[in-house]
Design a binder for this molecule. Structure first.
Ligand code: CP3
Length: 354
């Protein structure tokens, strides 16, 4: 690997590294003054669609925090807009006009060509590879089919998921048609990112945690698996993150990613043991732990590193995105703490499942 800091990619492949790499979901965002300054001048969507600005924001946490990977600055809903829905961001988060209600709504959506509909994403990636110049690897990403379909049916955020669940149970034909179309879109979208230079990809299934195991299998897992199977993933590690349902971890493994994202509702050692040591894990500090005083924050970071036990294949992260209320000071402190503790792997590697 030609990167100057190769630790993130090596850890994805479960190769030994001298210290545990860390990056933070939503690491470029409102908790940073420099981000807010840019956002005071342009809207969120404009920021996503202007390669020079998106690249600048992507690099902020590399400079300010010293994290070991960059993640493309964009949003999971960008390809949804390209499919033909009207997307807006307000104070209440994303809003999609004319949510999907029936089969003819699905039929009207397209499987967009990324080069045609979202060329700014690939331009941002190319620009970033140049500007990063191998300092750290660049992660591309997409929402998983179920999570994107939830937004498309609900029309925005929700806590009950009543509309999508009603569709799942009353009109399975429509939801499956929608999920199929979204899965095809995500495959093209991620392959275009890989072709443009993304060195790893993360699939965010932020809302799959709302599903029972059997529904997760039918409506989320099968489509994410379809996506992962469709990726040109040689030398490109795939991270799959399901938020909010530790009850489905064994099923999450069946999607076939190289790395499994773990949220904070389960201890990392328990999670890793359940998915098996033949896959890498990423996580899993409670995001609000960044509000703790530094000594307590350090203790929690150490706890997680101890649970990983120095085994190759752990990438440190929060269990979900960093909150706007977090401070740069504590985020930087966390990165330094993770880099400082080097836990010896006491396990005989020949004894582990390979
Ligand atoms: O990780 C990164 O730094 C890369 C950028 C990134 C953003 N969104 C920037 C963003 C990534 C990877 C995402 C993914 C995303 N977007 C997810 C999956 C991750 C997760 O949190 O589960 C989801 C569900 C979305 C949809 C979304 N975008 C919501 C619900 C919101 C509003 C709520 C919120 O947290 O702000 C957004 C807006 C958004 N996406 C912002 C940023 C920096 C804030 C926009 C602003 O500047 O006002």
């Amino acid at each position: 690997m030609s990167e100057k800091n190769y630790r993130f990619i090596d850890a994805c492949w479960r190769k030994p590294v001298d210290y545990t790499p860390i990056w933070i979901m939503r690491q470029a965002g409102r908790y940073m003054k420099e981000y807010q300054d840019i956002r005071n001048k342009v809207s969120f969507l404009e920021l996503c669609k202007t390669p020079e600005l998106a690249a600048e924001v992507t690099i902020l946490p590399i400079d300010k925090l010293g994290v070991d990977a960059a993640i493309l600055f964009s949003d999971i809903l960008i390809p949804v807009e390209a499919m033909g829905m009207n997307l807006e961001f307000g104070d209440g988060g994303p809003h999609l006009g004319s949510p999907v209600k029936n089969k003819s709504d699905v039929d009207r959506l397209i499987v967009p060509s990324p080069q045609e509909k979202v060329p700014f994403v690939m331009e941002t990636i190319k620009l970033l590879r140049k500007e990063l110049d191998g300092r750290v690897p660049l992660i591309g990403f997409s929402g998983a089919p179920f999570t994107l379909a939830s937004y498309m049916v609900e029309g925005g955020g929700t806590s009950s998921f009543v509309k999508i669940k009603t569709m799942m149970f009353k009109d399975p034909e429509t939801i499956h048609a929608l999920l199929n179309k979204v899965a095809k879109t995500v495959i093209c979208y991620l392959n275009a990112q890989i072709e443009a230079g993304a060195q790893a990809v993360q699939i965010f299934d932020s809302w799959a945690g709302t599903l029972s195991p059997r529904d997760y299998q039918e409506f989320a897992l099968s489509y994410t698996k379809q996506v992962i199977d469709g990726l040109n993933r040689e030398n490109i590690p795939v991270i799959y993150f399901v938020q909010g349902n530790p009850g489905v971890l064994e099923l999450v493994k069946q999607a076939g990613s190289d790395v499994i994202g773990v949220d904070w509702r389960i201890n990392l050692d328990v999670a890793w043991n359940r998915v098996g040591y033949d896959v890498a894990v990423q996580g899993n500090l409670e995001p609000c732990a960044l509000f703790l005083p530094k000594d307590k924050l350090e203790e929690r970071a150490k706890e997680i590193l101890n649970q990983a036990g120095g085994r190759p294949g752990h990438i440190f992260n929060l269990g979900h995105g960093i909150l706007p209320q977090a401070t740069v000071e504590n985020a930087k402190f966390l990165v330094e703490a993770v880099h400082k503790f080097r836990i010896q792997n006491t396990e005989d590697r020949t004894q582990t499942r390979e």
